[in-house]
Design a protein around this ligand. Structure first.
Ligand SMILES: *Cc1c(COP(=O)(O)O)cnc(C)c1O
Length: 402
């Protein structure tokens, strides 16, 4: 049972079928003038229309990229370099995806100034903090729509209104929200919005950046003038076709999937919290994605839990796929202000529409078994049981056996 759909998803059969011809007989370069090239161009145009329709944009506002990370880079560096002489201040949050965070760290090394807004215990910024952070030097606000580890949703419309009033460009990373909740660029008041194909049952290595008409960015990749000169290189036609189809399917099924996924999620939350002592949900209980829940278990080491679950056939993660092989505390959970010990005891479950076969009762039983097995071996847990949280004055936090 695959429970890590926030990391990536399976390409759906319909998407794969739509892509196939573009690997074989329809191999033309979209920039050429003869028939086979024109066919590829037509396929690109159709995909662009489908992506645009899915977010209420115009096709000419969609730039295809090599994925969500590239879209984030293009938006942020593209604006930073464009406005180099008008200001060097950028506002973001404490818990962005690495594609945003590391891009900003790079810009800081080039003398840009970045303000990181706190996300508090519920994982949501306060717009008052944003208002206070804005200066005459602010050129860009980049705040993610839905968080990839805990699923909390930021007040993007409100942020967009503030940005618009102040005349500041606003980018949001909507990779996790797209296909899960409504993503409408007009309602959200954004100038730039990042999308990725492989999080919505499309192929990997494809994404898009929405660039509102009138917003200008400096390209990252210079070359043959494809994508209106903003992203050079012969287009990944098959990938883009697949992405277009995935967008179409995702928006057609949005409401149905939302209902289905949030019902499973709520059942899962209720049963986990009801069955496993000292278990918690990370992040806001209301403003959250329908398909993702991040649990926290006291006195548990997340990685051990993942391995035990894997041995029982459940594939889930502790949080971000990008940081799980580094064995360091999740920066996202740390940003919530959690105790460093608690940060390690997390488990992210992210469902997909095809998670029909997911039996919540069976899973919770397995999970509860794994948690109690680990706790039996955990000095932290036993200490709490034996001493009721009181530590001896001599050894303090290290008092386990004495
Ligand atoms: C997965 C993800 C990305 C990166 O997208 P890729 O297509 O894998 O490069 C960016 N932002 C968020 C929030 C993500 O979840």
């Amino acid at each position: 049972m695959y429970l890590d759909n926030s990391a990536t998803t399976q390409v759906s059969e319909e998407v794969f079928e739509e892509m196939k011809p573009y690997f074989t007989e329809e191999f033309g370069n979209p920039s050429t003038l003869y028939k086979i090239g024109r066919e590829s161009k037509k396929a690109l145009d159709q995909a662009r229309q489908r992506v645009a329709d899915a977010i209420n944009a115009k096709p000419e506002e969609i730039i295809f990229t090599g994925g969500g990370s590239e879209s984030d880079n293009l938006a942020i560096k593209g604006i930073a370099f464009k406005f180099l002489n008008q200001g060097k201040h950028i506002i973001t949050t404490e818990f962005e995806h690495p594609a945003v965070k590391e891009t900003l760290a790079y810009l800081e090394s080039l003398d840009f100034k970045v303000t990181y807004l706190p996300v508090y215990e519920n994982g949501i910024i306060k717009v008052e903090d944003l208002k206070e952070a804005i200066t005459d030097d602010t050129i860009l606000i980049t705040i993610m729509h839905g968080n990839n580890e805990i699923g909390t949703i930021q007040p993007i419309e409100e942020i967009g209104e503030i940005a618009r009033e102040k005349g500041i460009i606003f980018h949001t990373d909507a990779v996790q929200t797209f296909g899960k909740i409504e993503v409408d660029v007009e309602k959200l008041n954004v100038n730039l919005l990042s999308l990725s194909s492989h999080k919505i049952n499309g192929p990997k290595g494809v994404g898009a950046l929405y660039i509102k008409k009138g917003t200008r960015v400096i390209p990252l990749i210079h070359g043959g003038g494809q994508e209106r000169g903003i992203r050079a290189g012969t287009e990944n036609v098959a990938g883009i076709v697949g992405f277009g189809k995935a967008c179409e399917l995702a928006s057609e099924q949005l409401e149905e999937h939302h209902e289905k996924l949030s019902a499973i999620r709520d059942e899962l939350i209720e049963k986990v919290l009801g069955t496993i002592p000292e278990s918690y949900v990370n992040g806001d209980m209301e403003q959250r994605l329908p398909n993702l829940v991040n649990f926290r278990f006291k006195a548990i080491e997340g990685e051990s839990l993942i391995l035990l679950l894997d041995a029982q056939g459940y594939q889930a993660s502790t949080g971000s796929a990008c940081s799980s092989n580094k064995l360091e505390a999740s920066p996202v959970l740390t940003a919530l202000g959690l105790d460093p010990v608690d940060v390690h005891g997390s488990l992210r479950i992210s469902l997909a529409p095809e998670s029909d076969a997911f039996d919540v009762d069976e899973f919770v039983e397995t999970l509860a078994g794994a948690v109690s097995r680990l706790r039996e071996m955990s000095p932290l847990w036993n200490q709490d049981l034996d001493y009721d949280g009181v530590m001896c004055a001599k050894h303090r936090d290290n008092c386990r056996m004495c």
